[in-house]
Design a protein around this ligand. Structure first.
Ligand code: HEC
Length: 206
């Protein structure tokens, strides 16, 4: 065994012709190791300078992610089986106001929701041209599956297909921004804050 190893290394050390060089496995292995090391250094450099805070994403990141979403979100050609009537839309509005208002507001435009701009990426304005550019099938896909690493949850198992399609009908006819007021849960929060601030004022006057 030692003999084989020794003869291997002595051969490597020998001044060699080119065809030997090309087949030398040690060279190949060290080449691969150096390659891996370079990639690792780059990964560490990128990871080491990457921000993990919930600051608003920059323009470039937003543009790249928007592209990826239009490309990867499924259901593009699936038609909405629910009729587009006032009754169906108000059913959709009810589901929306039950499950989605906590982040999107009653109007889908974030009215009165303090966390809208604090999340990264921010909670989408569902009346915006960017969101309205999705097809009905894509909107249903988004509701069903959510969007990874954004805070937008998937509702598979919570909402059934019909409910999701009806929500999509509502999303196409959102009311004017602010017309439905502030979700109850945030109204209470505001009042409590006011109350606490009032209390502090009184304490200071004493
Ligand atoms: C916990 C907070 C939260 C809840 C609850 C929530 N969403 Fe979202 N939603 C988000 C965030 C954050 C985004 C932005 C995602 C992005 O920029 O990719 C978003 C984006 C969307 C989008 C647009 C996708 C895009 O490209 O921005 C749609 C449509 C949507 N939500 C529908 C809904 C519906 C319908 C419900 C209720 C069934 C709901 N959301 C509940 C946080 C939420």
């Amino acid at each position: 065994m030692r003999g084989i190893v020794a003869s291997y290394f002595t051969e490597v050390d020998k001044p060699s012709n080119d065809s030997f060089h090309r087949r030398n496995p040690l060279r190949l292995i060290s080449g691969i190791l150096i390659g891996i090391a370079i990639v690792l250094i780059f990964v560490l450099l990128i990871a080491g300078t990457m921000s993990v805070s919930a600051d608003a994403p920059g323009q470039l990141e937003t543009r790249i992610m928007t592209r990826i979403k239009y490309w990867r979100i499924g259901g593009k050609d699936v038609p909405n089986p629910e009729p587009d009537t006032a009754e169906i839309r108000s059913e959709g509005a009810e589901h929306f106001q039950h499950h989605c208002q906590i982040c999107h507001g009653l109007d889908g435009q974030g009215t009165g929701v303090p966390l809208v701009s604090k999340m990264s990426p921010p909670v989408a304005n569902l009346a915006s041209p960017r969101v309205q550019a999705y097809s009905d099938g894509q909107l249903k896909w988004i509701i069903e599956n959510g969007i990874r690493s954004t805070g937008m949850p998937g509702w598979k198992g919570t909402l059934d297909d019909q409910e999701m399609w009806r929500i999509v009908r509502y999303l196409r006819h959102l009311p004017a921004a602010g017309s439905l007021g502030v979700p109850g849960v945030y109204k209470e929060e505001e009042e409590q804050h006011e109350h606490m601030r009032g209390g502090e004022e009184k304490e200071r006057h004493h």
